[in-house]
Write a protein that binds this ligand. Structure first.
Ligand SMILES: NC(=O)c1ccc[n+]([C@@H]2O[C@H](COP(=O)([O-])OP(=O)(O)OC[C@H]3O[C@@H](n4cnc5c(N)ncnc54)[C@H](O)[C@@H]3O)[C@@H](O)[C@H]2O)c1
Length: 391
């Protein structure tokens, strides 16, 4: 019989749905020692009807409109932070002090200083924790990492990441309210923390630590109407960010993110070009990994073959990461499963399985790179990074 973990979910928006779905589904696909119980969800009093609908649709036992109260409830064992970035620090520290297990959305915090305080609080409290950099657990991305570990790409030369969207092109898109992402006071930064944090997390996971960065950011629409007051306000988040990186392994990296790439919706791509092979992933075709095989990983010799060319691997077979838990080969899974896989791996770690990565301490590193990128853009110079990269 699985032991129960009583979940308190802080946030009932996009990620609230993704996480609630993951808790509802995880025990259907993974045999685990733990089973989540959806005890309480939080939303703001001003949106009480929406919160009640959220409770009904996802099956929570109760609602709270005061997140501090929810964290202190004795019947809650796990606090899941799925609220806007400016709330992460306070929520995580309060949850750590209350001795709760913590799941936290990315970016970890508004900036490195806040993130360091959060890492200190969870370490002091000794509570299990994880950060939802869910793309690591997309089967095709996990296979990407596996190919690199197997030596199939060999010495890396180039790492290339894009994370592009197009939903803020119109000047009339408001700032604040539901679009808290466009408000620096709520989000901390623009595409750097929101999108590039994902690209940085997977890049360091796959290709090792970044040694230095140089960046440029751009604000295309300088003023927007505020969602609540209607008054025009200056936009201070980065609408677009591009940066060059040098990895500690000597390879070079290019990263680009924008919300002005007309036609792109969630165009999160990554490519590694190595001496023996290359790999490419695109989130808009999530079931595929592309692989170019040049040399045999064992002998290092060029494979003399007239079939040389990019392979498009349909990552749905039992031998592919996570896929033995789902359907039959060829039956695809998608976005929501990255959250289910993340929660499954986290619950396994609570039961003596491999330590979950990234935890808050590891996500501090991604925050450090984000801060270095923004500093570089501001100061117009290369910024060096210290410390180890991602586990
Ligand atoms: N891992 C991923 O791929 C991914 C994707 C999207 C968002 N996120 C992260 O998840 C977090 C939540 O993002 P989202 O897209 O769910 O946002 P959202 O706006 O859809 O939902 C946020 C929820 O937080 C609460 N909230 C909103 N504004 C608030 C305020 N001012 N005060 C108190 N509570 C408030 C509400 O319950 C709201 O429903 C963010 O940190 C974001 O970066 C991660």
């Amino acid at each position: 019989m699985a032991k129960t973990i009583n979940v308190g979910l802080l946030g009932s928006g996009f990620m609230g749905r993704a996480h609630a779905n993951a808790y509802n589904q995880v025990n259907h696909f993974f045999e685990l020692a733990y089973k989540p119980v959806l005890k309480a969800c939080y939303g703001r009093a001003q949106n009480i009807e929406r919160l009640k609908a959220f409770q009904r649709m996802w099956g929570f036992e109760s609602i709270e409109t005061d997140w501090k109260k929810l964290i202190l409830r004795d019947d809650i064992g796990l606090i899941d932070v799925a609220a806007p970035n400016f709330l992460h620090r306070g929520m995580v520290i309060a949850a750590a002090e209350a001795g709760k297990i913590i799941v936290c959305e990315k970016p970890l915090a508004m900036n490195l200083r806040e993130a360091a305080e959060m890492a200190e609080a969870v370490e002091k409290a000794g509570v299990a924790n994880m950060v939802m950099f869910n793309y690591r657990r997309m089967p095709a991305v996990a296979l990407f990492k596996q190919l690199v570990l197997e030596g199939r790409t060999g010495r890396p030369f180039h790492y290339r990441a894009l994370y592009n969207q197009d939903y803020t092109i119109s000047q009339s898109v408001p700032l604040g309210g539901p679009l808290w992402r466009l408000d620096a006071g709520a989000a901390g930064s623009g595409v750097t923390g929101d999108l590039l944090a994902h690209s940085i997390d997977t890049a360091e996971w796959i290709n090792g630590p970044i040694a230095k960065v140089t960046a440029h950011t751009e604000i295309f629409v300088k003023e927007r109407p505020h969602a609540e007051t209607g008054k025009m306000e200056a936009v201070t988040i980065d609408d677009a960010c591009m940066f060059l990186a040098v990895f500690e392994n000597g390879s070079t990296g290019t990263f680009e993110s924008t919300r002005y790439a007309r036609g792109r919706k969630n165009y999160n791509t990554m490519e590694l070009n190595g001496e023996k092979g290359a790999a490419y992933f695109n989130l808009e075709e999530p079931e595929y990994l592309q692989f170019f095989r040049y040399a045999d990983p064992g002998t290092g010799k060029k494979i003399e073959d007239h079939l040389t060319g990019w392979q498009r691997i349909l990552v749905t077979s039992r031998e592919h990461p996570y896929m033995d838990k789902y359907w039959v080969p060829g039956a695809t899974i998608g976005y929501e499963h990255t959250f289910i896989n993340s929660i499954a791996d986290f619950f396994k770690s609570l039961d003596g399985g491999p330590p979950f990565q990234p935890d808050i301490k590891a996500a501090l590193r991604t925050q450090e790179v984000c801060d270095a990128v923004l500093r570089s853009a501001k100061e117009g110079r290369w910024v060096r990074l210290s410390g180890a990269g991602q586990p």
